[in-house]
Design a protein around this ligand. Sequence first.
Ligand code: ATP
Ligand code: MG
Length: 239
Amino acid sequence: MERATDQAAGNLEGARPVLGRDDPLQKVVRMAEVYGCARLGVMGGTFDPVHVGHLACAEMARDACGLDEVQFMVAPRPWMKGGRDIVDVEARIDMCRLAVEGNPAFSVSTLEAGREGKTYTSDTLRELRAMLPDEVQLFFIIGADTLSTLPGWHEQEQLARLATFVCVARPGREDSAALLAAARAKGFDVEWVDAPLLDISSSDVRRRVREGDTVRYLVPDAVRDYIERHGIYGGGERG
Ligand code: ATP
Ligand code: MG
């Protein structure tokens, strides 16, 4: 596993922007000051909508890697989602906030939300690296389906230096061992996390809402209420 100081070498900017007093990142900053190290997990995604598969994935990664905090990083308009309409980033952030409520180790980041144009993980990690002390180690959490795309991500070499990648098992990827080897061969530091396979996806949640099927227990209750109240994903009023 790469040390935080090695990751800090990926920060070419030098200058350190000031964090707001209430920024959830203050927690890892304080931990780094007190203990000399802290571990921040970042889970990127569209979260359209966030579901229990995401939450379990983040929790398994937190537990396996001893992460002090996991931030859900909501992508504004992910370039890989092609032409499909996605729900406004504000609504996806609201749903993530509802989903993490009550878990002191989880928070939601709006860092990517205001960015224009394409969203690249390398930019996000570089920004975080610039905001945080060198003693904070970054972990980027992905599901096994995302691992197959990792070696092709933008600024691959820098990306590999900016974080340890944490890959959590997801159904449908029986070739994970080969994917893991391929990513490591490209220089990525990847930790594999064996977790219960949860065959839950946002696509399926959206389809279920559209077709009037239940999503109870697939998304947190507060997220289900939000979807119903705002009539998103083409669902009508439900009884
Ligand atoms: P969609 O069906 O729209 O692609 P999704 O369920 O895959 O949605 P994303 O927002 O695309 O959700 O995923 C964000 C991250 O969460 C990705 O790294 C993905 O691999 C991971 N992830 C999503 N669902 C699961 C799951 N059930 N188990 C493990 N990882 C998951
Ligand atoms: Mg996906």
